[in-house]
Design a protein around this ligand. Structure first.
Ligand code: NAD
Length: 249
């Protein structure tokens, strides 16, 4: 028996990048996994696929209900769907702030609200939110994105406190720079994407980007009974970016 056998999991943003790697890892370890995504057309068996927009409460409620019905219950929610935003506070107008907050923060709230009644029925309930080192690192040119992830971090702690006596654990992962289609899209805007990638890799303590599979490993740990005494924590998966203070060589 693996620690994932029989677990029923839902992964938002599970059609791409970190969410996709997480859904595939959980399924490979024996969990039954439903993916909720704006575009789940690329999602194959054994993963179950549901179309949902996390900015639309009705869409979330219907997709969570359909996923729970097909899974036959719910133990794990991986709240991962998110979008990026670049610039300082002068670069994004109110509409952009509302749009990104709606996806990255309120989207997680909508999914949690729809899932909590089902999680209360589970004896291994866990929520794992995809946060970011941006929550606490003070990254330049990422004011709006960082603010959304700061909110995700606070939300994780508050939810962990609210639901601990119900047996529902709530944690988050804080990835650094992860090699996903998202980062590919950012790099493709540079005049020389290959040179930009090399510079990005050189800025990492490890000399390389984090892989989506490495973030998935941390999410899987926090989602499984292996981490049964862990709640209200953020697990960094950043190649040492925040924890290490390396001297320049
Ligand atoms: P990605 O773009 O590869 O995947 C994101 C997925 O979310 C896509 O499948 C997309 O369709 C889905 N999605 C977007 N908006 C949605 C909506 N409104 N409703 C439902 N689904 C929606 O991105 P990724 O790099 O895998 O990022 C996933 C998460 O990881 C995000 O929360 C992001 O903030 C976080 N993160 C990424 C990095 C990184 O370097 N890639 C670093 C730290 C944190």
């Amino acid at each position: 028996m693996s620690d994932f056998d029989g677990l029923k999991a839902l992964v938002t943003g599970g059609a791409s990048g970190i969410g996709r790697a997480t859904a595939e890892l959980l399924a490979a370890r024996g969990a039954q996994v439903a993916v909720l995504d704006l575009d789940p057309s690329s999602v194959d068996k054994p993963l179950l696929a549901f179309r949902a927009d996390v900015t639309d409460d009705t869409s979330v409620r219907e997709a969570v209900a359909a996923a729970v019905a097909e899974l036959g219950g719910l133990d794990v929610v991986v709240n991962n769907a998110g979008i990026g935003a670049e610039g300082t506070v002068e670069d994004n107008d109110d509409a952009e702030w509302h749009r990104v907050m709606d996806v990255n923060v309120i989207g997680m709230v909508r999914v949690a609200r729809a899932a909590l009644p089902h999680l209360r029925e589970s004896s291994h309930a866990a929520i794992v939110n995809t946060c970011s080192i941006a929550a606490t690192a003070g990254l330049p040119q990422r004011a709006l994105y960082s603010a959304t992830k700061g909110a995700v971090y606070s939300l994780t702690l508050a939810m962990a406190a609210d639901h601990v006596r119900e047996g529902i654990r709530v944690n988050c992962v804080n990835p650094g720079t992860v090699d996903t289609p998202w980062v590919g899209r950012l790099l493709s805007k540079a005049p020389d994407p290959a040179a930009e990638r090399a510079a990005l890799e050189a800025r990492q303590p490890t000399g390389r980007l984090v892989s989506a599979a490495e973030v998935a490993g941390a999410v899987a740990y926090l989602a499984s009974p292996l981490s049964g005494a862990t709640t209200g924590t953020a697990l960094a998966v950043d190649g040492g970016m925040q924890g290490l203070r390396l001297r320049p060589v």
